[in-house]
Structures are given as structure tokens and as C-alpha cells.
Design a protein around this ligand. Structure first.
Ligand SMILES: Nc1nc2c(c(=O)[nH]1)N[C@@H](CN(C=O)c1ccc(C(=O)N[C@@H](CCC(=O)O)C(=O)O)cc1)CN2
Ligand SMILES: [Mg+2]
Length: 287
């Protein structure tokens, strides 16, 4: 079997083309939807992601508001900015780029975002709504991962889904989405006993553990769908660096039915889903 490589870049581009059309229709009778992104500190990767978000926001015809705070910014300053944006009529979506510097309590900041503007879906109200299947903003990476799964499998009801990783941002919400699709869901993690055996039972595997190439090809069930959420920068043989996922991609090519690459898999979907959530927030808020 030669695995189908799921092209997240192409799927995310198609999504943005659709969003751009929807936005152009919408702005005939209401102001442009607006997304505010806050980044605190100098983490180079965070700045790359925030720049991509701003560029793509503008490309689909929405308004982008970018706020860069120094690493020395206080929690109080950040909370003040969030409060201002909560009350800014031009802003439909607010995103605080993670990770935040250690002196800031990220949970407190995420709870301060108005749930209706929480386009990351990290506020406890949205977490609860998603968990109970009652709507709510769905976090972007799990949402993008689900779209990629659906691009290769129409009906996943009854399949065994294994998520490796139990983060609030990916693992836990991913489990809720797969449950809603009637999968039998297991959340495994770094301390799971006999992880290879657990992974080996997965018809759908979502790797989101943040460890470069931890999931080996021999673990993967033949014919499965493998979604690799990991983005790890590692040393390359030429002395430079390269990005790898949490799955040993090459080892899976003759076992999986379909697999996402890194880069070019889940990563690009995250930003397209953010724009989709922003459009959703704008439509709901102004209805
Ligand atoms: N508030 C949030 N913070 C963070 C999130 C998030 O969803 N909300 N997710 C990640 C970072 N992230 C978006 O913020 C993100 C990560 C990766 C990509 C992406 O397109 N990756 C490319 C590779 C890019 C590279 O060369 O480094 C790919 O996988 O092809 C987009 C967005 C943490 N913080
Ligand atoms: Mg902290």
C-alpha cells in the first residue's frame, strides 16, 4: 500500500478562496469582519505565525489588527488590552498567541476574552459547549485536522480513533470532535503503557505529543489514516535545521492509507480555520 499524502496546503488554500467569496458577499451590507491578534515577547516562531495570520486575514478581505507587546509587558497590561478589544465594535475575533511569557497566567488571559470573540475556542464556555456538542467555537487545529480526516474518509462512525497527546489546545478538543462523529476514542500520552500497541489499534491516529518522530511506522495499523499535528524543528544532516512531525513519516508510507506531511499538512489548516471562526463570530455577533 502506498499512502495518499493529504495536501493540507492545497485544502487550506481552497478553504480561504471560499471564505474570501463569503466575505465579499457579507461586506455588501456590513463592515468588514475584524480579527485582532496579540503577541507578547520575541519568540521568532510566534512572530512568523502572527505575520501569516495578518497576511491571510487581509487576503480574504477581513480587517487585521495586530498588537505586539514586549516580553516585559505585565499581565495587567495584557488584560487591559483584551478588555479594550472586547469592547471594540470593529473586532469580531480576538486571539492571544501562545505560548505567553512565564510571568503571565495564560489561563487567566484566555478567560478574559469575550466568549463571542474567542476565535481560538480556548475560553471555558466554548470548551464546555464543544464538549457537550452544543455549538461553541471549535479550536482551530482540531477543526483543521477533522477537515483533513473528512477529505479522505466520508463516514468514520465506529472507527477506533487514537489521539496521542492530551493538551487542552489539541488532544482534548480533538477527542470531543471524534466522539461527535461516533468514533471509539482513546487519548494516549507520553505515560501510556504499551503505546505502540495502543497506536496499533487506531484506524484514525492523531499525533499531537510534541516529540519529533516519536510514533514509528511499525506501530501504525495498516490502512489507517494518520494525522500529524507535530511541528518540531530538528538538526538536519547538512548542519541546518528541518521540520518534522511527531510521526516518522517515511516509515508510514507503505502502511497507512493516508497521512499528512509536515510541513504542509495540519499547520496551514490552523490559520484557515481561524479565519473561518472569525467569519462565524462576525456573522453571529452582527445577526
Ligand atoms: N493562540 C494560539 N496559539 C497557538 C496556536 C493556536 O492555534 N492558537 N497554534 C500554534 C501555532 N500556530 C498558530 O498559531 C501555527 C502553527 C503552525 C502553522 C503552520 O502553517 N506551519 C507550517 C510550517 C511553518 C514553519 O515553517 O514553521 C506547516 O506545518 O506547514 C500555522 C499556525 C501554537 N500557538
Ligand atoms: Mg504562564
Amino acid at each position: 500500500m502506498v499512502a495518499k499524502i493529504i495536501d493540507g496546503k492545497a485544502i487550506s488554500e481552497k478553504m480561504r478562496a471560499g471564505l474570501a467569496k463569503e466575505v465579499s458577499n457579507l461586506v455588501r451590507h456590513m463592515p468588514k469582519p475584524g480579527l485582532a491578534v496579540i503577541v507578547v515577547g520575541d519568540d521568532p516562531a510566534s512572530h512568523v505565525y502572527v505575520r501569516s495570520k495578518a497576511k491571510q486575514t487581509i487576503e480574504v478581505g477581513m480587517e487585521s489588527f495586530e498588537y505586539q507587546l514586549p516580553a516585559s509587558a505585565s499581565e495587567h497590561q495584557l488584560l487591559d488590552l483584551v478588555a479594550t478589544l472586547n469592547n471594540d465594535e470593529r473586532v469580531d475575533g480576538i486571539l492571544v498567541q501562545l505560548p505567553l511569557p512565564h510571568h503571565i497566567n495564560a489561563e487567566k488571559v484566555l478567560r478574559a476574552i469575550a466568549p463571542a470573540k474567542d476565535v481560538d475556542g480556548f475560553h471555558p464556555l466554548n470548551v464546555g459547549l464543544v464538549a457537550t456538542g452544543s455549538g461553541g467555537m471549535v479550536p482551530c487545529t482540531p477543526l483543521g485536522s477533522m477537515i483533513l480526516i473528512k477529505s479522505v474518509r466520508d463516514n468514520i462512525a465506529g472507527l477506533n480513533a487514537v489521539i496521542v497527546g492530551r493538551s487542552n489546545i489539541v488532544g482534548k478538543p480533538m477527542a470531543q470532535l471524534l466522539l461527535q462523529e461516533s468514533c471509539t476514542v482513546t487519548i494516549a500520552h507520553s505515560r501510556t503503557a504499551d503505546l505502540p500497541a495502543v497506536v496499533g489499534a487506531a484506524d484514525i491516529l492523531v499525533a499531537a505529543v510534541g516529540r519529533p518522530e516519536m510514533v514509528r511506522g511499525t506501530w501504525v495499523k495498516p490502512g489507517s489514516v494518520v494525522i500529524d499535528v507535530g511541528i518540531n524543528r530538528v538538526a538536519a544532516p547538512d548542519g541546518k535545521s528541518k521540520l518534522v512531525g511527531d510521526v516518522a513519516f517515511g516509515e508510514c508510507l507503505d502502511r497507512a492509507a493516508a497521512i499528512t506531511p509536515v510541513p504542509g499538512g495540519v499547520g496551514p489548516m490552523t490559520i484557515s480555520c481561524l479565519l473561518q471562526n472569525t467569519l462565524r463570530a462576525a456573522t453571529a455577533r452582527r445577526a
